[in-house]
Ligand binder design. Structure first.
Ligand code: DQA
Length: 145
């Protein structure tokens, strides 16, 4: 089975350090460790990646076309701006789940629109970093079906 790609956009490398009142105290390394453990339990492997560069996220989505079974993506600010990430995801055939740590709908109006949601099979927002694990469970269900 091909790995599940877990893609993280700009500033998520600062998770645990930036705005902890919004994003919590866990670091991205903590999230990665928990995702790797859960994926193993579910019988899957992971590629867990983060970049501050839009083009790098696009390139990883392209890689997933051949090498990935599914994509879990927290596009961070690119959610609200990036037609390029949406177009790349539209060229990917497997399941896509969009994750936001915070409840974007409770925040500024510019966070209420997501380009990525036009492609995502499911969206999780406001469940903290647990959202990543819930997304992996959903992906495992979809891949089993
Ligand atoms: C985020 C929400 C986005 O609006 C924001 O730009 C982020 C993180 C979240 O996980 O809650 O960087 O995607």
């Amino acid at each position: 089975m091909k790995p599940i790609f877990v893609l993280n956009g700009p500033n998520l490398n600062l998770l645990g350090k930036r705005e902890p009142e919004i994003y919590g105290a866990e670091t991205l390394a903590d999230v990665e460790r928990d995702c790797v453990a859960l994926a193993a339990e579910l019988g899957h492997s992971l590629r867990f990646l983060q970049s501050n560069w839009e083009g790098q996220i696009v390139d990883w989505v392209h890689e997933a076309r051949d090498e990935g079974a599914a994509i879990v993506i927290n596009p961070a600010a690119l959610t609200h701006t990036s037609v390029a990430v949406l177009d790349a995801l539209n060229a990917f055939d497997g399941p896509v789940i969009e994750v936001h740590i915070s409840n974007v709908h409770k925040r500024e109006a510019f966070r209420h629109h997501s380009y990525v949601s036009l492609r995502a099979d499911g969206v999780i927002a406001g469940l903290g970093t647990e959202g990543y694990r819930l997304a992996l469970r959903r992906v495992a269900t979809l891949l089993a079906g």
